[in-house]
Design a protein around this ligand. Structure first.
Ligand code: 13P
Ligand code: SF4
Length: 354
């Protein structure tokens, strides 16, 4: 990275001292990660943000929904800053509150809403989390989706159904591969179609109602590439994120959140071979850290998360230097009512066992 910008970021961070706390998601660029006080997946970062009440400014190097969650979990005096406001998440954008409310109305019309527990993946806007808080639901992340679903299915008796959004893949993979539901018990609600493209009977029969959303990075990995790589590399271990398609996850040897993937690679015996199906900044960093392993990326093309990559060193320097100059730019602030209900849904997640 540009030595001048590195020097400026170092100086600005030193000038701010304990007043600033920089969080970095694992998918951030190396040039940004070097300035993170902590790194983590979205679950760990949510906890880390909450554990730093003395920091006046939380600079969140990640995407918008993560900064919103940090704002909800920190004290009202703390300001959460997103160095580039255009760092959104295409998956989070696939579930808008009005669409979720329409889906809920359809569940009411079908006479099943009273046994439905809404669970939203962390990767969703604060108003969606608030919706879950209001309707006896909770938030989950890729590290705890199984525990969250077990909790949800115990909430409304044996007829309980879960409405899961926005990532259909995480929902399906967890329900089928971790909880033992069948693919037939999962239906997909398409917000662009009348009644989600489902009949009332389908809604009544389903256990998992999956929102038709996906991650533009993880959704790209394909089972064919796994076959190709296995044919080329003997004793290949395939490890993927649960946002990948069901057909990819079932062909992989291991599946888990970014924190899980990192731990597995850190602990891998020297000389072993790995194909990793997650975002490319992280895969490259893991490969650099373990030159004694063979590490390949599970896609024929490069696939960074374009919105994560919007946070670059120039944006971070600008945010830090603005703070030094007494300006507080790009503050992410969730309104009080949304925050109240979203916090209930987030707290239900943080209270889950494990
Ligand atoms: P985790 O950080 O929970 O592994 O989720 C991956 C992701 O896509 C974050 O945007
Ligand atoms: Fe969203 Fe996927 Fe990027 Fe994560 S990796 S921020 S889920 S688009």
């Amino acid at each position: 990275s540009d030595p001048d910008l590195v020097a400026r970021a170092t100086a600005a961070k030193a000038a701010l001292g304990e007043r600033v706390f920089v969080l970095g998601h694992h998918y951030q660029r190396d040039e940004v990660i070097q300035f993170a006080d902590v790194t983590g997946d979205s679950f760990k970062l949510a906890r880390d943000a909450a554990a730093r009440p003395e920091a006046e400014f939380i600079v969140f190097c990640g995407v918008h929904f993560m900064a919103e969650s940090a704002d909800i979990l920190t004290t009202p005096d703390q300001k959460v800053i997103l160095p580039d406001l255009a760092a959104g998440c295409s998956m989070a954008d696939m579930a808008r509150l009005s669409q979720v409310e329409d889906a809920w109305a359809a569940l009411e019309d079908a006479g099943v809403a009273d046994v439905v527990v809404p669970i939203t993946y962390m990767n969703s806007s604060a108003d969606i989390k608030a919706f879950c808080g209001k309707h006896d639901g909770a938030v989950c992340t890729s590290s705890n989706a199984d525990v969250a679903l077990e909790w949800a299915f115990a909430q409304k008796g044996e007829d309980t159904k879960v409405l899961f959004f926005p990532d259909q893949h995480l929902g399906r993979n967890t329900a089928v591969l971790k909880l033992g539901y069948t693919l037939d018990q999962c239906v997909v609600w398409d917000p662009r179609q009348p009644n989600g493209g489902l009949t009332v009977e389908q809604l009544r029969d389903a256990k998992m109602i999956l929102w038709k959303g996906h991650c533009s990075v993880h959704g790209r990995f394909s089972p064919d590439v796994i076959d190709e790589l296995r044919a080329k590399i003997p004793d290949l271990n395939v490890i993927v994120h649960p946002e990948c398609q069901y057909e990819v996850v079932t062909k992989a040897d291991l599946v888990g959140s970014t924190e899980f993937i990192i731990k597995q690679i850190e602990a891998a015996p020297a000389g072993t071979s790995w194909a990793i199906g997650t975002e490319l900044n992280l895969v490259k960093r893991l490969a650099d850290a373990r030159p004694d392993l063979t590490i390949v990326f599970l896609d024929r093309n490069v696939c960074y998360c374009s919105t994560m990559n919007r946070i670059d060193l120039p944006h971070l320097v600008w945010a830090l230097e603005s703070l030094v100059d007494g300006e507080v730019p790009n503050v992410i602030e969730v309104d009080a009512d949304t925050e109240h209900w979203a916090k209930i849904a987030l707290q239900r997640m943080l209270d889950l066992p494990g």
